[in-house]
Design a protein around this ligand. Sequence first.
Ligand code: FMN
Length: 190
Amino acid sequence: MSNRVVVAFTGATGQLFGVKALELLDETPYESHLILSRAAKMNLEQESDQSVEEVRELADTAYNVQNVGAPPASGSFRTQGTLVCPCSMKTLSNIAHGNAGNLITRTADVSLKERQPLVLMPREKPLNRIHIQNMLDVTDAGGIIYPPFLSFYQRPDSLEEAVTRTMARALSFLGVDVSFDEWDGMSINE
Ligand SMILES: Cc1cc2nc3c(=O)[nH]c(=O)nc-3n(C[C@H](O)[C@H](O)[C@H](O)COP(=O)(O)O)c2cc1C
């Protein structure tokens, strides 16, 4: 077991999901190891009030996406697994096909080969057949497709609360326990 979690942001919309993952990890004993793609940095500047540098500072360690020699590129660097959030269709495709050309896709490939959790939060709409096939291929290889959909049945008071619930659940697939209210069911009046 390790206390490291790799969090990768790619260039899909929804950078706030990745930022929330880092904020939640910061409240746990787990170390966050961050990789930002070039397009993720562009989208962060577009979508977030936090600068790229401020987001990097939320993480315990940050790597250059081009550095395929960084520690997470090796299976000998033990981690709890990898969260790609948000995951672009490009990165999804590369992972589905084993194209490990940058540190994000290499780390995802390592998680699959080491049988460690790989959670992808792919975001696009609408989805074409290629996107859906790639999600199926990653699932067949052992990855978890966890789309960044919000749920409303717990009546969140804010977007922040809904995002927090979504990301607490995502981190649970990596063995990270972030406390959040569990759904305790509802009754049916016959
Ligand atoms: C503002 C903006 C929003 C984007 N949103 C998405 C998206 O939701 N999903 C997606 O797959 N690509 C999206 N893209 C395109 C990706 O950023 C682009 O395909 C990029 O090459 C992905 O590279 P990466 O996977 O290395 O980050 C968006 C691009 C921009 C500039």
